[in-house]
Structures are given as C-alpha cells and as structure tokens.
Write a protein that binds this ligand. Sequence first.
Ligand code: HEC
Ligand code: HEC
Length: 186
Amino acid sequence: MKKQTTLLALTTVLLLGSIPVSQADGGGFFSFFSLERKKEVAPMTDATYNKECGACHFPYQAGLLPEGSWRKLLDAKALSDHFGENAELDDQTRSHILQLLVANSADKSSYKRSKKVMGSLEAGATPLRVTEVSYIKHKHEKVPEKLIKQPKVKSLSYCDKCHMEADKGNFDDDTVVIPEHGNWSW
Ligand code: HEC
Ligand code: HEC
C-alpha cells in the first residue's frame, strides 16, 4: 500500500511537471509549484530595482544575463553613459541593485531560461545586452523586422511590449501579443 502511494505521488509530480507552462501560468493554481516556476526566469520583486531600472524600459530579470554582465552594467561610470542615457544612481542604491543582480544572475539560477542563456554564451562572455545573447537572438529570428521596429515597440529591448507576462518572468510564446499583429501563437 505504501509503495503504491509513493508511486502515485511520483506519477502526479511527473504529470504536473509536463503540463505546458502556458496553461500552468495565468491560471494561478499550478504556479504554486516551484517545478513550474523554474521553467521560466525568476521574477524581480525588489521595489527599488523595479523603480530605478524600470524607468526607461522593462526591468530585465537578473537571470537573463551572467554576473559579469551586471558588474559591467552597474559600474558607476558605465551608468553615467548607459546606452547614451544617464542612469546614475547614488552609491547605496547602486550597490543594493548590484548585489541583487549578482545574487540572481543567470549563472547562479536553476530556472530553465537562465540555463539556456548560459548554455548559448561562450565561456566567460559578458554581453551588455540581453538581445545579444544567442539564445534570445535565435528565439526571435522568425519575428518580422517591421513588427519589432514599429513605433509601438521600438526595438527588441522592449520585451514587455510583446511578452504580456514579462513582469512575471514568463516569456512563453503563448503569452506573446504583438502590437498591430495580435496573438503570436493562435
Ligand atoms: C534613463 C533611462 C534608463 C535607465 C534609468 C536605465 N536604462 Fe537600461 N537602457 C536604456 C536605454 C535607452 C537602453 C537601450 C535600449 C535600446 O537599444 O533600444 C537600455 C538598455 C539596457 C540593457 C540592454 C537591453 C537589451 O537590448 O538587451 C540592459 C541590460 C539595461 N538597460 C539594464 C538597466 C539596468 C540594470 C538599469 C538600472 C540600474 C537601467 N538599465 C536603467 C535606458 C535606461
Ligand atoms: C516584437 C515583439 C517581441 C519583443 C520586443 C520581444 N519578444 Fe521575445 N518573442 C517574441 C515572439 C513572437 C516569440 C516567439 C517566436 C517564435 O515562435 O518563433 C518570442 C519568443 C521569446 C522567447 C522564447 C519563448 C518560448 O516559448 O520558447 C524568449 C525567452 C523571449 N522571447 C524573450 C524575450 C526577451 C527577454 C525580450 C526582451 C529583451 C523579448 N523577448 C522581446 C516577440 C518579442
């Protein structure tokens, strides 16, 4: 009897693990299982980060780039000329954000997309852009240029314009709705 119960529990866990994340997310219920959450990228819940690094664009998840990338991006001098913008922070805020990004960077995360990011980078590579990571670049090869460059999106850097659940760390293609195009996968 005990053995059967264990088997049943194991089968249930396996079945739950195989449910596509698109169904699992949004519904809310399955997202309680860490097995499901680990399929995507860890969401950013720090209010300071979301405010400071979400002012001009979507606050990218730490798990989208390795530690070395965040160290370069969060360098004080680098922030004063951040892709042509001034994104300076006071020392205390900067070190708080740097710590947060480093602790949750792609090389330390067990989430699926973070592992894919790391797997697609050359050893020791520290890209300054998520959009330069081969895994991310490759995933968007089939997206027409005119949908990316349209004024309502601007560039691939604005993840949340198309990924409706980007703030939750969910990038599944079932959750993509592109302005002037609509649902991607329906
Ligand atoms: C004053 C506006 C501003 C602020 C504040 C800002 N950024 Fe940016 N960031 C930009 C611009 C502009 C780009 C380039 C976007 C483009 O190429 O279209 C960018 C790009 C990036 C990219 C690369 C995106 C890609 O293409 O993959 C990362 C990573 C990034 N920022 C991280 C941060 C972090 C972390 C913070 C907080 C410390 C931050 N940004 C704060 C304006 C800002
Ligand atoms: C112009 C709209 C658009 C923008 C902006 C965009 N994406 Fe996407 N993304 C898509 C589409 C469409 C797909 C599905 C492509 C396919 O099915 O071939 C996709 C797929 C993905 C996937 C793979 C999903 C899966 O189910 O395998 C990831 C991961 C992803 N995007 C991350 C990002 C990140 C991170 C950003 C921002 C740096 C971003 N995307 C910006 C439209 C966009």
